[in-house]
Design a protein around this ligand. Structure first.
Ligand SMILES: Cc1cc2nc3c(=O)[nH]c(=O)nc-3n(C[C@H](O)[C@H](O)[C@H](O)COP(=O)(O)OP(=O)(O)OC[C@H]3O[C@@H](n4cnc5c(N)ncnc54)[C@H](O)[C@@H]3O)c2cc1C
Length: 139
């Protein structure tokens, strides 16, 4: 299946969400889609490891915007989709589930790919105090 949007934002984290919010604030009237690998609507990371895990806030309260916000501003959320290929000449990208998405402009907001999750670090058996040394290029 092929769909198309004026602007496609890859990454439904803080960066991707704020890009879409800013576009609508600036009165951009074209179509916008956010493609995100995670199934959740964009949420705040800092309270995830704090108030949310402590049971002080439910998940809805750590969303960057309520679910209705995105519908009301005509931002299409394509969640649970991992982008695996971009063809910049043809202005299309492909997701792991085989969808082809055409774009006028692409905003890459999927971070650099360098991501340190404390849980992964713990699973790898690296004490956090030794993390910097473990990540050093010559180690
Ligand atoms: C548990 C936790 C707690 C944190 N606490 C703090 C804090 O207290 N203070 C602070 O300053 N910072 C904190 N951070 C860091 C802060 O949240 C990040 O700096 C911020 O989230 C970066 O935003 P981003 O949108 O650039 O990237 P991200 O939030 O990483 O969002 C990128 C999104 O892109 C998606 N993605 C990646 N590749 C693809 C692909 N190929 N296709 C589709 N989607 C893709 C990812 O799944 C992710 O949802 C914390 C981070 C975590 C994980």
């Amino acid at each position: 299946m092929t769909t198309g949007f004026d602007i496609v934002i890859v990454g439904a984290g803080h960066g991707g969400a704020q890009a879409a919010i800013a576009l609508r604030r600036q009165k951009f009237a074209g179509s916008i889609a956010i493609v995100g690998e995670e199934p959740e609507f964009p949420y705040e990371r800092p309270p995830l490891s704090k108030e949310y895990l402590a049971g002080e806030k439910n998940f809805d309260r750590i969303l960057i915007r309520p679910v209705d916000f995105w519908r009301d501003r005509a931002v299409t959320m394509l969640l649970g989709k991992r982008v695996v290929e971009i063809d910049p000449a043809a202005h299309v990208l492909r997701s792991a589930d085989g969808e082809t998405i055409a774009y006028g402009k692409l905003i890459w907001a999927a971070t650099s790919g360098i991501h340190v999750d404390p849980a992964d670090v713990a699973r790898a058996g690296i004490p956090l105090k030794e993390l910097a040394a473990a990540l050093a290029p010559d180690s």
